[in-house]
Design a protein around this ligand. Structure first.
Ligand code: GTP
Ligand code: MG
Length: 215
């Protein structure tokens, strides 16, 4: 039910987004680039989980806050991921194009993700694959874009991007693509506005739509 003229037209969303993948693939670096426009060659492994917030002025009526959960590569072998994944509405799975073993681990990360978190309507959360360090010499698989397309379809990724946290390639584009898909699912909780009226969505009504897509 819309309450009429007093309801603000501006919508604010808070989305929890996971960044996962093997050790040293560049998860922290991608987040630093995206949020702070910084890059460092220095490697300091993430312990457990780190957080970053990116505020996006999506359009004149929509503000999106992305809460990025930077999960340590070594966590796949721990048992905290279920806790970390809770209530996430989107994910990036990252691999390093110079190390084939990190690409081989992608399907394990995706499987772990899908088994531990789902949207309210039961479908997998939107996930985008990032082939990072594309400023460097690549191993073979990620060089073949039709193979990558097939891999994405089979593994349930919405799509993939070649990225470089170092040279700032495709970082914003990949984030925009994921947010578009999250917004399409409309699973984010409306962020409470500080200046008065609050918009409450009838979530069941929203979730009932767009269920027809499969695969
Ligand atoms: P964990 O926290 O251990 O899981 O690793 P991580 O995935 O967060 O990797 P991190 O961002 O710490 O990067 C690991 C190393 O790769 C660092 O030395 C970075 O400088 C380097 N690196 C990250 N992204 C890029 C990139 O796009 N290009 C190049 N050339 N190096 C990168
Ligand atoms: Mg890290």
């Amino acid at each position: 039910m819309m309450a009429g003229g007093s309801v603000s037209e501006c919508r604010e969303y808070l989305f929890k987004v996971l960044v996962i993948g093997e050790l040293g693939v560049g998860k922290t670096s991608l987040i630093k680039r995206y949020v702070h426009q910084l890059f460092s060659q220095h490697y300091r492994a993430t312990i457990g989980v780190d957080f970053a917030l990116k505020v996006i002025h999506w359009d004149s009526k929509t503000l999106v806050r992305l809460q990025l959960w930077d999960i340590a590569g070594q966590e796949r072998f721990g048992n905290m991921t279920r806790v970390y994944y809770k209530e996430a509405v989107g994910a990036f799975v990252v691999f390093d194009v110079t190390r084939g073993s990190t690409f081989e681990a992608v399907s394990k990360w995706k499987h772990d993700l899908d088994s531990k978190v789902k949207l309210a309507n039961g479908s997998p959360i939107p996930a985008v694959l990032l082939a990072n360090k594309c400023d460097q010499k690549q191993d073979s698989t990620s060089n073949n874009s039709s193979l990558m397309e097939t891999f994405c379809k089979e593994t349930g990724f919405l799509g993939w991007f070649e990225t470089s946290a170092k040279d700032n390639i495709n970082v914003d584009e990949a984030a925009r693509f994921l947010v578009e898909n999250i917004l399409a699912n409309d699973q984010g909780l409306p962020y409470e506005e500080s200046n008065g009226d609050k918009v409450k969505l009838d979530q069941e009504a929203v979730a009932a739509e767009s269920k027809s897509q499969c695969c």
